[in-house]
Design a protein around this ligand. Sequence first.
Ligand SMILES: [Zn+2]
Length: 182
Amino acid sequence: MQTDLSKLQQFKRRVGLSHAQLGIPPDYGQSCGLTLCPEPEELVDTELDFYQRPQKLVAAALRSWSSMRAAAADDEVSLFLISAFRSVEYQHELIAAKLEKGQLIEQILRVNAAPGFSEHHSGRALDLGTSGCDALVEEFENTIAFQWLMENSAAYHFYLSYPRKHASGMDYEPWHWCFQQG
Ligand SMILES: [Zn+2]
């Protein structure tokens, strides 16, 4: 039986290895303004996302997302999943692919959290879309869906993680919402 501490240490080791391979500065954890987001023990399957891919969330986040989506639908507002849980390895591959295309790590880290620091690791973060708007674009903020979320999401414990001028220096992400209970 492993202790929680050794699991956290293992997680940190995986993250450190990934950062070294990607050329992420060793002080990233101190300077990024983001917190480490360990992966949960248990995840459950959600509905298929917009691209018909399977997705996972922690159970409480899924229950709340399902209620929120249904309430939005009652108000004739469409909301759908674009992305939910992502592993450290997934985040690593995402960044490695961008490096391979010639992007600089500094550029990439403005739009992608480093492996270990993405809220998507927690199984509580959602990227949301709505009909009539491209996926993951800033124009999402001009949709009725975004307005609905700003007015109603707190009742379902979902919050906008990266508002304009976020302390981390991450770009504004009106589509990214995280479940924070208690
Ligand atoms: Zn996101």
